[in-house]
Design a protein. Structure first.
Length: 355
């Protein structure tokens, strides 16, 4: 498949946040932080008891665990957690060809970065957007949580859903949309994608010749979004073997690991500042991410790429009662993460779990 070492597609969520936080340093703090959009996160403090439902008549009810009260992010849980989300918002896209017209935003990419404060190996968890989960809004695809509900904005709903699902309190959130992603890639000089044969996807507007190509944001985004990538074989165009939504998640995880190093190695401060100033308008972060925290996070992320472990979430196909094709976690996600990352349990705050 397709890349210089098999792992070169792009994820806009990590690109935007890490570029803004990692490359800017103090200069960024003084001149650029004010350009970053912010969103207020409303933390869920109570959960309404769901009404009893006939599980036999509605099997979706028992397909996934009920939404539970999310943990409280804690300064003493031993980890820093950052949820990076790529939105499929069409805002800012003048040409909707290949994207489709859709109002609002869903989370097309979800990556949870977990960094132990004791210096142990960091990890990244990729959550497929079609994962069927319990949210504050009921059962739905996890990507739909970004639409919000019950008077909560989408960012708060998404954060609470991920916290309930993983058992981890998430410290901060960063969101980048597709329109911004293309500018991000172009600002950083493009990205190299290598394929053994010519590839295309009419839906995402992907069109690449065989070999290694340094492409801009448009083709990088098309590669990332492609679910039905075709390659030109001796027998004509054929869908690449094994390509699916999960393939896209694998590409995104692999790219994030590589970009952690790339974005932390700007040799020239002016170059770093220029990149940060260009990228910051396309990034939204939570209001609790202050400038001091941002600079600290940027500094500790330098060189992280060599020590990030990828946490795989086993999934299986599932068809909802309404006929939707979705994914179910084949095992408890919290347990999968706990096998890799140790989190200190420090008790409760107002009846909510911490750590």
């Amino acid at each position: 498949m397709a890349t210089r070492d098999g792992r070169h597609p792009v994820v806009w969520a990590s690109f935007g946040l890490l570029a803004v936080l990692v490359v800017g340093g103090i200069a960024f703090a003084l001149t650029t932080w004010g350009n970053v959009d912010r969103v207020q996160i409303e933390r869920v403090t109570s959960v309404t008891e769901p009404p009893e439902v006939d599980a036999e008549a509605n099997p979706d009810v028992t397909a996934v665990p009920e939404f539970r009260l999310p943990p409280v992010p804690s300064a003493t849980d031993g980890i820093d957690t950052l949820l990076m989300a790529g939105s499929d918002s069409r805002e800012g896209l003048e040409d909707l060809t290949g994207f489709g017209d859709f109002e609002g935003a869903r989370a097309d990419v979800l990556l949870l970065l977990i960094r132990p404060r004791n210096g142990d190996q960091a990890a990244v968890v990729s959550l497929p957007r079609d994962l069927w989960v319990s949210t504050p809004c009921g059962q739905e695809r996890i990507g739909q949580a970004l639409e919000g509900c019950e008077g909560m904005n989408g960012e708060s709903t998404l954060l609470a859903t991920v916290e309930s699902l993983t058992g981890l309190g998430v410290d901060h959130l960063a969101l980048v949309d597709m329109a911004g992603f293309r500018h991000v890639v172009d600002e950083l000089g493009g990205y190299e994608i290598c394929v053994q044969r010519p590839v295309r996807d009419s839906k995402s507007k992907l069109d690449l010749p065989a070999g290694c190509q340094l492409v801009g944001g448009e083709q990088t985004l098309a590669w990332l979004r492609s679910r039905t990538t075709e390659e030109l074989t001796d027998n004509g165009w054929r869908v690449m073997s094994g390509v699916s939504d999960l393939t896209r998640n694998e590409r995104q995880r692999d790219f994030l690991i590589e970009m952690l190093d790339r974005l932390g190695n700007f040799g020239d401060p002016q170059e770093a500042l220029s990149a940060a100033q260009t990228l910051s308008p396309y990034v939204t972060v939570d209001t609790d991410l202050g400038i001091t925290q941002a600079v600290s996070l940027a500094w500790t992320m330098r060189g992280l790429g060599d020590s990030v472990e990828e946490i795989e979430i086993p999934v299986e196909d599932y068809t909802t009662q309404a006929g939707a094709q979705v994914l179910l976690a084949a095992t408890d996600i919290e347990s999968v993460i706990a096998d890799v990352i140790a989190v200190e349990t420090v008790g409760e705050v107002d009846g909510r779990r911490t750590g």
